[in-house]
Design a protein around this ligand. Sequence first.
Ligand code: UN1
Length: 491
Amino acid sequence: MAAHVKNYIGGEWVAALSGEVFPSYNPADETLLAEAAKSAAADIDAAVKAAKTAYKEWRLVPAPRRGEVLYRVAELLQTRKEDLARVMTQEMGKVLSEARGDVQEAIDMAYYMGGEGRRMLGYTAPVEMPEKFGMAIRDSAGVIGLITPWNFPVAVPSWNILPALVAGNTMVWKPSEDTPLTAAEFVKVFIDAGLPPGVFNLVVGTGEAGAALVEHPDVRVISFTGSTETGLKVYTSAAQRGKKVCLEMGGKNAIIVMDDANLELAIKAITWSAYGTTGQRCTATSRLIVHRAVKNQLVEALVEQARALKVGSGLEDGVQVGPLVNEKARAKVEKYVEIGQGEGARLMVGGGRAALDRGFFYQPTLFAEVSPQMRIAREEIFGPVLSMIEVDSLEQAIEVNNSVVYGLSSSIFTENVNAAFRAIRDLTTGIVYINHGTTGAEIQFPFGGTRGTGNGLREAGQTALDSFTEWKSVYIDYSGRLQRAQIDNRE
Ligand code: UN1
């Protein structure tokens, strides 16, 4: 029987004011998993009102106490990890072991940000006048609007929810329409951890609800993770209203394999980074930039690896590649495989639907003889499709890597320390890996990308606080007299 997902507003589970619902399907068997509230502007408005009211008190709760709620979130997530992972696998398809990893990122983030409750560091600096003191402190920003994708339906929201809450903000969260059930299960953890009503509100729905959240005058900060197309719309709409926006958008990440690389290691890393999560990570490897001298060896091994991967339902033991999230995602992959063939790239393996009765499955696919100008080498496909480009030198590899509009993650396999350090210096992505695939970022470091991937802010790490706090500079004059600085600012 399909579950029912409601909005969680001001501490109550409520239906959409219109009474409308939308479906959430299991991508592995196309069955109906849940019906969720199809929210609109009026639902968003109710949630923002609740968040605005709750903000008055939550901002005054001492930060170490707010941090303790996050520790309880971490503990509850530990106990519910398996259940949450199963719901996630059923709703968006990733294999169970990866779904567990997704929840684990939220656990890690909850402990990390819980600790911020006792840090949230500002600074002091000397001031120009005697008997005067100066400091810069982080202040909460107000009501935060959060829009998140389906591919990491617990981890990515947690990177935003946890820093925003510990910093004293309240929130309205609009998760992807592909994962409303997972979102509701995640919200229950916060309720059971004792978060006061109205501090964290869930509004499920489609793009209509997301747009209303971005447009709402009482929402000061928007954090968005998703496609570049939607992200730029969010950015434009928020800019017209003078809001702060944190964006994480597309990627076209590459692994560079040099002629001196440990090939055995590189092959394992490429296989996992390109085909793990069915290629549906913003950090997934979708380009392979390979030194001509090792090209043949690499292709042969990758074809073998791709063929051996077990495609199927993520709940089944031994399955390594789950389905694509929905029919639209599979149609997009099919379109790009056609484009690649039309552009003259050579299909080495895959290139079609996997032979399963139901579900949005696609075979792990490799294109060779790809040139950097081809669309399959430049545009985000978000599926298990890898495009191989040949180069003759490190300089050329770096140039090809940096030539796309995206700048999230990159990687180089080399045993040469000089080449590794040159790559660190010259690769222009937000994340760089040496002898490791392009996925697997840890929550204590900044996460995000340059160029078309983002807009300069970063999720995770200490930098997450930059999105959700305002700096307040404070001057305290304890001289008891009118000092010169108040008159003309200088002696
Ligand atoms: C994403 O793909 O949206 O680095 C996030 C990684 C994971 C997070 C990916 N820790 O691949």
